[in-house]
Design a protein around this ligand. Structure first.
Ligand SMILES: *Cc1c(COP(=O)(O)O)cnc(C)c1O
Length: 457
């Protein structure tokens, strides 16, 4: 036993051994040293306990290398979204274009005019950079941006509600996900819920009946992540605006996704744009990273007085966005100034409107590349539908093209798992004991990367 113990290499010696000497240069030396110490101590304990009869230096080095790789790996990394869900919330929703990402990269690295006015040399406002653009694009009087749409709704209700009632249709008591439910947010904001109508039908008269001395606002929530079908009725914006004006109440609208572009001409069902809705409402809130295709943000547009009250609310400071968000949002909004090029400049819109012919071409390219690998797998092209995701257009089936992969040696779930832990993870759909790579959500420059990951398998 003594001789075995004496054979454990010294920590300093291990640190000089290949390839640990190289890892020392890449990773934190404190981390590497600590792992080496821990592993030699584990070995010593095993010898003393009599569970280790011989020492393999090679095995020790391998274990140490594995531990170093594992501990220094970051779980937050880029992946390839091959799921066919364009706005995949778990995969980070909208992607920025390379051009906008570069601008964000730049602003993150340097000092900026975030809250500095170059003309006066005085303090400026971080919101000014986006407010003008938002007003120009939506025809709203004023605008404000916060952390996400959930924050925007909370801020709007907190500013307006305070101990008074929000009149809302029973068909719009929405849960958005996680613990974000409209009735809870109303309570959190200090307001009270006044439900009117029924789950499937709410009439104008229901709103009028619900309005009293206690009412502070009419709240409309866009039922973006589900559809009530069949015997249904809702009150349109125009009528709601009339009621709001009659009783001198603000009309607040949680729009959810927030379209700036009419998507009907690209084959999507009718869905009102922000600029259409803002004419009827005092406050409209929507997300930055859903159909808009920008960074995570909560955008609030509407009447000057209402927005000013929100700007003055102490919550605004707690919900404020950082410089990278402001740059990403400004860059995204600028793309909308030119309708002729907006589809190609915003990756989300590009993916949503990409033609089936283009998807077939991409699939053919990928099939050819994959065929050169001579893997024990069968690759075929399929035409199933893709999804918008992010709680937008829940009923829309986007025509799409996939590569269906069946392995001759691995089950579909084994293959899915291998791709999930690849150097660049590929997230796929599994169905009928095969995996599917959906071309609608795969970016052009990811095609070569996909081939690379299959080669590694
Ligand atoms: C998605 C959504 C939200 C939440 O937006 P986030 O930006 O994810 O916080 C709120 N309301 C509606 C109607 C939504 O669709």
């Amino acid at each position: 036993m003594q001789s075995l113990l004496a054979n454990i290499p010294a920590v300093d010696q291990i640190l000089k051994t290949k390839p640990i000497d190289k890892l020392l240069a890449i990773h934190s030396s404190a981390l590497v040293k600590k792992i080496v110490q821990t592993e030699t101590s584990v070995l010593r304990q095993a010898i003393l306990a009599g569970t280790c009869q011989s020492i393999s230096q090679e095995a020790l080095i391998t274990t140490i290398c594995e531990k170093i790789q594992k501990q220094s790996a970051c779980s937050f990394k880029t992946v390839i979204n091959a799921t066919g869900t364009v706005l995949h919330t778990n995969l980070g929703r909208a992607n920025l274009s390379r051009y906008i990402a570069n601008e964000v990269f730049n602003i993150a690295q340097h000092a900026s005019t975030l809250e500095y006015n170059l003309e006066t040399g005085q303090r400026g406002s971080r919101y000014e950079h986006v407010e003008d653009l938002l007003c120009q694009l939506t025809n709203a009087e004023a605008a404000l941006v916060v952390n996400n749409n959930a924050a925007a709704v909370l801020l709007a209700l907190s500013t307006i509600g305070q101990g008074k009632e929000f009149v809302i249709s029973r068909g719009e008591l929405v849960e958005i996900g996680g613990s974000f439910r409209i009735p809870d947010i109303i309570e959190l904001s200090g307001g009270r819920l006044k439900e009117v109508g029924t789950t499937n039908k709410t009439h104008a008269a229901d709103y009028e009946k619900g309005i009293s001395e206690q009412t502070r606002a009419i709240l409309k929530v866009h039922t973006s992540n589900y559809k009530v079908v069949g015997f249904t009725e809702t009150v349109d914006y125009k009528t709601l605006a009339k009621i709001a004006r009659k009783y001198d109440l603000p009309l607040v609208n949680d729009l959810g996704s927030g379209l700036l572009l009419n998507m009907e001409k690209y084959g999507f069902p009718p869905e009102p744009t922000v600029q259409e809705i803002v004419q009827y409402c005092d406050v409209v809130t929507f997300s930055g990273d859903k159909l808009l295709g920008g960074p995570q943000a909560g955008i609030i547009v509407g009447k000057k007085e209402a927005i000013q009250a929100m700007k003055n609310h102490p919550l605004t400071r707690a919900l404020r966005v950082d410089k990278m968000t402001i740059m990403a949002l400004t860059g995204t909004l600028k793309c909308y100034l030119d309708e002729g090029t907006v589809l190609e400049r915003i990756p989300t819109l590009q993916k949503l409107t990409c033609s089936k012919e283009t998807l077939h071409q991409k699939a053919e390219c990928l099939l050819q590349e994959l065929a050169t690998l001579s893997l024990p797998m069968e690759f075929t092209k399929t035409e199933e539908s893709a999804k918008v995701g992010g709680g937008a257009y829940p009923e829309v089936e986007l025509p799409s093209v996939q590569i269906c992969v069946k392995s001759k040696v691995l089950s579909a779930s084994e293959l899915e798992q291998r791709l999930r832990v690849a150097t660049t993870p590929i997230i796929v759909r599994v169905k009928n004991d095969a995996i599917y790579l959906d071309l609608r959500t795969i970016e052009d420059e990811e095609l070569a990367l996909i081939t690379e990951q299959f080669r590694e398998l």
